[in-house]
Design a binder for this molecule. Structure first.
Ligand code: CO
Length: 133
């Protein structure tokens, strides 16, 4: 069902400070940076081997990432799994009784198709499915 960990999402309040560590200090290459208005985040993707670290900064107070920061502070926000067929995977998970945040895929970073699984069904870890073209 899942072929690899596509990325880990990390919520940050100060993107410049986070990049000073992850890009400069850890010498990771930024391969994508984008504001996703519908999700209320600015996201920066940094390559690390076969996977990616995704830094997320809220762009508005009422976004899910802003609420996460207010509740828990900066930290690991979600884990994302790569899938070949996101629609089929969502249907399969729903059939297993897994609670979905997104019943249908939406557009994520870099034009990917994404959908979130509710942390109530994943032992407290917000989980994302990613289908890359
Ligand atoms: Co993500």
């Amino acid at each position: 069902m899942f072929s690899k960990i596509d990325h880990l999402g990390i919520a940050v309040a100060d993107l410049d400070a986070a990049l000073a560590l992850y890009e400069v200090g850890f010498a990771l290459h930024v391969h994508h940076r984008e504001i996703l208005e519908d999700q209320g985040v600015e996201a920066v993707a940094l390559e690390i081997g076969q996977t990616t670290i995704e830094l997320l900064r809220p762009t508005r107070e009422d976004s899910p990432v802003a609420r996460f920061l207010a509740d828990k502070g900066p930290g690991v926000h979600h884990i994302a799994y790569a899938v070949d067929d996101i629609v089929g995977t969502l249907a399969e998970l729903k059939g297993q009784g897994v609670r979905l945040v997104d019943e249908t895929p939406r557009i994520g970073l870099g034009g990917t198709k994404i959908a979130f699984i509710h942390p109530k069904s994943t032992f407290g870890v917000l989980s994302e499915l990613v289908e890359r073209a």
